[in-house]
Design a protein around this ligand. Structure first.
Ligand SMILES: Cc1cc2nc3c(=O)[nH]c(=O)nc-3n(C[C@H](O)[C@H](O)[C@H](O)COP(=O)(O)OP(=O)(O)OC[C@H]3O[C@@H](n4cnc5c(N)ncnc54)[C@H](O)[C@@H]3O)c2cc1C
Length: 454
C-alpha cells in the first residue's frame, strides 16, 4: 500500500516515525529485555572450571575405565577434593535462578566421558528424590550421606525399575508393609538396572504400599544398606556403553526399615493414601476422565518434567564431544589429495551435527529455565511436555551425531583407537533410560492433544 499511493507517502512516513517512537518507548520498559541466552560471569566461571576437570582428569582416563568396566573411585575422590562432587556443589548449582548452571555442568562432565560422568552424577538421582519427596529433616539426615565426605566418598542409588516394571511404573511389585508392632516397614522385592545399586549405602527405593491404587499407592523409602539386613546386590550387568558406571539388580528380602524412612513422613503418606482411596471410590461412581483424574496426571507429569532436561544436557555433552573429534579429523584427514572436509558430503554432515546440537541445547535450556521458575512457583506449568521435548531431542541427536562421527572417521571411527565408537555406545542409553523416546513422545502427544493416547 505504501508503494502504490505516492501522495499519501509523506503522511504514512510520519505515522511510521511516530509508531517507531512509540514502539521504542514500549520496548525500553522493564521486562522487554529480560530474554537472553547469554550466560553470566558466575556461570561461565563454573562451566570453565568443570570443563578443565573434564579435559584434564576425566577425558584422559575415559578409555581405561570403559575397558575396566569399574566405578572410577579415584576420580570421584578427586572430584570430591576440589568440591565438584558432593551435596554443597549440587546445592550451589540448584540455586541458580536461571536454571542453567546444572545443565551447563552436566554437559561439560559428559563431554569429558559419559561413563565416568555417570559415576559422578548417578548419586544425584537419589538425592533429588529425597529433596523432591522428603521433609526438611529428611533432607538434612540423608542428602549429605548420599555423597559421603571427600575423605570417605559414597555413591547413592535410586531404585524404581523392576524386571516387570520399566516404562510402566504402575507395575512395580516391590512391597513395603507397615509393621505396627515394631513401627517398621518390611520390604520385599527386586529392583532392576539400578545405577550404583548394591555398591551404594543410601538406596532410595520406590515400593508399593497399596497395590490396588497403582502409582498413587506407591511411596519412596530411604534404605541405608549399612543399617539393614536383607539388601543384596544381584549380578552386576555388563553393558553396551556407560561401562564405567555400575548397574545392577538389587534384592530386598524382609528388609526392616524404620517407619520414619518413608519420604515425606508416614502421616503424610497415610493422608495421601486416604485421599487416593476416596478418589478411587468416586471414580467408580462417576464416568472416567473427570477433573480429578486430569489433575492427578498433570501433577505427576510435572515432577518428571522438572528433571528430564538434565538427562538431555548429558546427551548433548556426548554429542558435542563426538562432533568436535569429527570436525578436527575431517580437517586433517586427506583423501584424493585434499582434506575430506573439502567435500560437501562431509562438510554438510558436520553442519547438520552443529545445528542439531545447538537446537537440542536450546530445548534443554528452555526446559531448565521453566523448571527453575516452576520451583519458585513463578511460571505457568509445562504446556507441551517441554522437559520431555528436551530429553527426546537431545537423546536422539546424541545417537545420530555419534553415528555420523564414526562415519566421518571411517575405519578409524570403528576402532577403539579413537573415542567416537565409545561415545556412540554411550549415547544409545539416552533413548532408553529416564523414559524411552517412545514414552517421551507419549507424554508430548498427550500434552499437546489433551487426549489419553496409548
Ligand atoms: C544403564 C542403565 C541405567 C539405569 N539406571 C536406572 C536407575 O538408576 N534407576 C532405575 O530405576 N532404573 C534405571 N534404569 C532402567 C531404565 O529406566 C529402564 O530400562 C527404562 O525405563 C525402560 O524400561 P524397560 O527397559 O523395562 O523397557 P520396556 O518398558 O520394556 O520397553 C521396551 C520397549 O517398548 C517400548 N514401549 C513400552 N511401553 C510403550 C508404550 N506405551 N508405547 C510405545 N512404546 C512403548 C519402549 O519405548 C521400549 O522401546 C537403567 C537402565 C539402564 C540400561
Amino acid at each position: 500500500m505504501l508503494m502504490t499511493d505516492p501522495k499519501s507517502a509523506p503522511a504514512l512516513s510520519a505515522d511510521v516515525m511516530t509508531l517507531a517512537g512509540e514502539l521504542g518507548a514500549e520496548r525500553s520498559k522493564p521486562g522487554w529485555s529480560t530474554f537472553s541466552l547469554a550466560i553470566n560471569d558466575d556461570q561461565r566461571e563454573i562451566r570453565d572450571w568443570t570443563h578443565a576437570f573434564a579435559a584434564d582428569v576425566i577425558r584422559p582416563a575415559a578409555s581405561e575405565w570403559d575397558e575396566r568396566e569399574e566405578t572410577p573411585w579415584p576420580i570421584i575422590q578427586e572430584a570430591a577434593k576440589i568440591g565438584l562432587y558432593g551435596l554443597d556443589m549440587n546445592v550451589n548449582l540448584f540455586v541458580d535462578p536461571t536454571g542453567l548452571l546444572m545443565p551447563l555442568v552436566h554437559e561439560e562432565l559428559f563431554w569429558g566421558d559419559a561413563g565416568i560422568a555417570m559415576s559422578l552424577k548417578g548419586t544425584g538421582l537419589a538425592s533429588s528424590a529425597i529433596f523432591s519427596n522428603g521433609t526438611p529433616e529428611q533432607w538434612s539426615q540423608w542428602m549429605g550421606r548420599c555423597y559421603g565426605t571427600p575423605d570417605d566418598v559414597r555413591v547413592a542409588a535410586f531404585c524404581s525399575s523392576e524386571p516387570g516394571a520399566g516404562s510402566d511404573v504402575s507395575a512395580i511389585r516391590t512391597r513395603a508393609t507397615y509393621d505396627s508392632v515394631t513401627n517398621e516397614w518390611v520390604m520385599n522385592g527386586q529392583k532392576a538396572w539400578a545405577t550404583n545399586g548394591g555398591i551404594a549405602d543410601i538406596h532410595v527405593v520406590v515400593a508399593t504400599v497399596d497395590p490396588s491404587l497403582g502409582t498413587k499407592g506407591q511411596a519412596a523409602f530411604v534404605v541405608p544398606k549399612s543399617e539393614v539386613r536383607g539388601l543384596e546386590m544381584g549380578t552386576k550387568l555388563r553393558k553396551h556403553g556407560l561401562r564405567a558406571s555400575h548397574t545392577a539388580d538389587v534384592f530386598f528380602d524382609n528388609v526392616r526399615i524404620p517407619a520414619e524412612n518413608v519420604l515425606g513422613g508416614k502421616e503424610k503418606l497415610d493422608a495421601r493414601l486416604a485421599r487416593a482411596r476416596e478418589a478411587a471410590g468416586q471414580r467408580a461412581r462417576v464416568p472416567a476422565g473427570g477433573a480429578a483424574g486430569q489433575q492427578g496426571r498433570n501433577a505427576s507429569m510435572a515432577t518428571f518434567e522438572m528433571t528430564r532436561h538434565l538427562v538431555g544436557a548429558q546427551a548433548i555433552g556426548i554429542a558435542r564431544a563426538a562432533y568436535e573429534v569429527a570436525l578436527e579429523y575431517a580437517k586433517t584427514r586427506e583423501q584424493f589429495g585434499r582434506p575430506i572436509i573439502d567435500n560437501q558430503g562431509i562438510a554438510f554432515k558436520l553442519a547438520d551435527m552443529a545445528v542439531e546440537i545447538d537446537a537440542a541445547r536450546l530445548l534443554v535450556w528452555r526446559a531448565a529455565n521453566m523448571s527453575s521458575a516452576l520451583m519458585r512457583g513463578e511460571t505457568p506449568d509445562y504446556q507441551h511436555g517441554e522437559g520431555s521435548m528436551a530429553k527426546l531431542k537431545a537423546g536422539e541427536v546424541a545417537v545420530k551425531v555419534t553415528e555420523e562421527a564414526i562415519q566421518i572417521l571411517g575405519g578409524n571411527g570403528y576402532t577403539r583407537e579413537y573415542p567416537v565408537e565409545r561415545m556412540h555406545r554411550d549415547a544409545k542409553i539416552y533413548t532408553i533410560f529416564e523414559g524411552t523416546s517412545e514414552i517421551q513422545r507419549l507424554v508430548i502427544a498427550r500434552a499437546i492433544s489433551g487426549m489419553r493416547i496409548r
